[in-house]
Design a protein around this ligand. Structure first.
Ligand SMILES: [Zn+2]
Length: 163
C-alpha cells in the first residue's frame, strides 16, 4: 500500500516506528495507564531526539500521522503533525503545526486537558486530507505534489517520479 512505501510515512531517522511508546507517554501523567490511554489514545511513536524541537521530547500518532505531543520536564503540549515530503536533495521533515498552550503534568487532570487540545489539533490535520482521484485512498497533503493524483499513482500509472 502506498502509505507504507519507504520515505512516505516518516523515515526511520525521524520516527521509531518499530516500538509502541505508549507506556513511555502514559508514565508521565499522574493518572493511571489505562485512564490516560482512554483520554489521549495510543500507538504513540517516539520522534528521534532533536528532529523537531530540542527542548521537548516528541511523540506522534496516527496512520497517516496526525497528532503530536511534546513533553518538557514539567508540562506537555499538543499539536498537529506536518510532514514535508522528501524531494530531490531535501529529506523528509517533520514539524508541529501550532503547538497548544502547555498543560502542567503535576495536574491530576492533565490527560483530560491534553485530550481537548489533541482533538482540536487532530481536526486541523484531518481537514487537510483528501481522497486521491485514482486510487481513492484518503491521504495527507504530503502525498500530493501540488495536485491530484497522489505521488504513488503518478509513479504507478503515469511513470512520473516526483521525489
Ligand atoms: Zn493515488
Amino acid at each position: 500500500m502506498w502509505v507504507d512505501q519507504p520515505g512516505y510515512l516518516s523515515s526511520p531517522f525521524l520516527v521509531d516506528r518499530s516500538a509502541d511508546a505508549s507506556e513511555q507517554v502514559t508514565a508521565r501523567f499522574a493518572a493511571g495507564h489505562h485512564e490516560v490511554l482512554a483520554s489521549i489514545g495510543g500507538a504513540w511513536r517516539r520522534v528521534a531526539d532533536g528532529r523537531v524541537d530540542a527542548n521537548r521530547q516528541w511523540f506522534v500518532a496516527g496512520s497517516p500521522l496526525q497528532v503530536a505531543i511534546g513533553f518538557s520536564e514539567s508540562d506537555v503540549v499538543a499539536g498537529a503533525v506536518q510532514v514535508s515530503p522528501p524531494l530531490l536533495f531535501h529529506p523528509e521533515e517533520l514539524s508541529i503545526d501550532r503547538p497548544s498552550s502547555a498543560v502542567p503534568l503535576s495536574d491530576a487532570q492533565a490527560h483530560i486537558a491534553l485530550r481537548r487540545r489533541l482533538i482540536a489539533a487532530q481536526k486541523r490535520r484531518r481537514d487537510t486530507f483528501q481522497f486521491c482521484s485514482i486510487c481513492r485512498t484518503y491521504l495527507p497533503p504530503e502525498a500530493y505534489v501540488g495536485s491530484q493524483p497522489c505521488r504513488g499513482c503518478n509513479a504507478q500509472y503515469f511513470g512520473l517520479m516526483i521525489d
